[in-house]
Write a protein of this length. Structure first.
Length: 507
């Protein structure tokens, strides 16, 4: 297959052997070194018995060696299941329960001692699982409506096809330097890095986003392209004084080489869009909207279209069709809001091990996004809300149920309700109402310790309250909307010892 991701990357590595492929905080890799290390690891995987379409868990944290592991897995014919190194054991176990990986790769573990490749316990693959993984390149885990992780299976053909479309949009060359601060356990970060590597460019990786170092890195590394989520930009404005912002803008114009900035993962908002475009000028801003299920980048608001349609997500990318439907299933008229649904050649193979959830994600062959949207007379689409109850915190989509389940497993907690509340930096923050077990007092430290082994840090509540019961609606069902309405009043009791994280922190 000519559209296999490993083959494309291997050809690029051969063609650009002496060029710098990846630059990290502690390691630089030229393309020949990337290829050589990948060949060696692929051989080890094959010797261990990894076969075509086997799922392999790959530990990642935006390190150059992570991409060695990606390439090696694809060379060995296996499917990459990226998992962040900081993920607590409970999260890893939840992913493994769905992925059934027989091996885990972590090229930062052991450093040559043999611990980089470890065997995992996994049941034999069923026929259904084997069929879904046939031709797959990636299984990327996202929050599910049940509160459990969903493994989005993306084929080589789908992801490579979307990369080709993104290349037509951005036109990368070997002279480009791409800054990767987006997590490479998620599709946005993965495609930004692969796009650069497939065309002989250099990827500068940073394990974490730092508002104070962002502009310095853009200038020092002579970055021409970067991908960010709006939270990163809000955090930057929140961390710098107005004088520091002005100085950073002057430095970018005088010393920087940034040509394009790609932003996505959550709504940008018109005010922030205006500020950001002025900040990076004369560089261009591409505002993208997309789902992991569709290999991302389903809509693009290009710099050319922005002046006439500034509050939209733009037009569908090539190979993407959309419709907006009302409750009856009929398509909505112009300027009438309904659910945004997609058809695309770059669609997922399904959710691994979740046939019912996969089926429920589609209606009449259209993927349901869960987003409320409207279109104007020119076909430009605006997102106006969400049907789903997902909390979007810093570009990370979190189900309230996932947070609530973890809270209810903590000492003294009888019931919990989590909601997203607007936040100027992160878009939303997680607020949770806890009901203690009878006769017990809640201790912040004990709850924090319980969450540490069950949830990633960005899913921990920013604010916790204590109450005697959870709010319910007229039918007796739990009502998150009622809680969201109550919180601004300030009448609810805060959990002692539970403090918010600094406003400038981005994850």
């Amino acid at each position: 297959m000519t559209d296999r991701l490993g083959l494309t990357l291997e050809r690029s590595a051969i063609a650009h052997a002496e060029r710098l492929a990846l630059r990290g905080d502690d390691l630089d890799l030229r393309y020949r070194e990337l290829l050589g290390r990948a060949h060696a690891l692929a051989a080890r995987l094959s010797e261990a018995g990894v076969t075509d379409d086997d799922a392999v868990m790959v530990k990642v944290s935006n390190h150059p060696l992570d991409f060695v592991a990606f390439l090696a897995c694809w060379m060995a014919g296996s499917v990459v299941v990226p998992v962040h190194r900081s993920s607590p054991p409970g999260v890893v176990d939840g992913i493994q329960a769905k992925a059934h990986c027989r091996y885990s790769v972590d090229l930062l573990a052991g450093q040559g001692s043999g611990a980089e490749l470890s065997a995992l316990q996994a049941p034999a693959a069923s026929a259904d699982r084997s069929e879904m993984l046939r031709g797959a390149a990636l299984v990327i885990f996202t929050s599910g409506s049940t509160g459990l992780p969903k493994g989005v299976v993306l084929t080589h053909q789908a992801f490579a096809g979307k990369l080709a479309q993104n290349q037509k949009l951005l036109g990368l060359t070997p002279d480009d330097v791409t800054l990767l601060v987006l997590n490479n356990s998620f599709s946005f970060g993965i495609w930004m890095a692969l796009l650069a590597l497939n065309h002989g460019g250099t990827v500068v990786t940073r394990a974490k986003f730092s508002p104070h170092e962002f502009v310095d890195t853009l200038i020092a590394e002579r970055v021409t392209l970067a991908g960010v989520v709006p939270t990163m930009i809000r955090a930057t404005y929140g961390s710098l004084t107005s004088d520091e912002v002005a100085l950073a803008q002057q430095r970018l114009r005088a010393e920087g080489r940034v040509r394009d900035l790609v932003i996505g993962g959550e709504p940008l908002g018109l005010d922030l869009s205006v500020k950001l475009r002025a900040f990076i000028a004369p560089a261009s801003l591409y505002d993208v909207y997309g789902l992991t299920e569709t290999s991302t980048s389903d809509f693009v608001l290009t710099p050319q279209a922005y002046p006439a349609h500034p509050a939209t997500i733009g037009l569908p990318a090539p190979g993407v069709r959309y419709r907006i439907t009302g409750d009856s299933g009929a398509e909505c008229a112009v300027d009438v809001a309904g659910e945004l649904q997609l058809q695309t050649a770059y669609i997922m193979a399904g959710y691994l091990g979740d046939a019912e959830i996969t089926q429920a994600a589609f209606v009449d062959g259209w993927l349901r996004t869960g987003d409320l949207a409207s279109r104007n007379g020119d076909g430009f689409v605006t997102i106006v809300g969400r049907l789903k109850e997902l909390i979007v915190r810093g570009g990370n989509k979190i189900t309230p149920l996932e947070v609530e389940r973890a809270l209810c497993a903590c000492p003294g907690v009888a019931a919990a309700m989590a909601v997203g509340m607007p936040d100027p930096v992160l878009g939303q923050r997680i607020h949770a109402l806890l009901v203690p077990k009878a006769g017990q007092a809640l201790a912040a430290d004990a709850i924090r310790a319980g969450l540490a082994s069950a949830l990633e840090k960005f899913k921990h509540p920013d604010v916790c309250y204590v109450g005697s019961e959870l709010p319910t609606g007229r039918t007796g069902k739990l009502d998150r909307g009622q809680l969201q309405s109550l919180l601004p009043s300030g009448a609810m009791s805060l959990l002692a010892g539970w403090t918010k994280r600094p406003p400038a922190q981005a994850t």
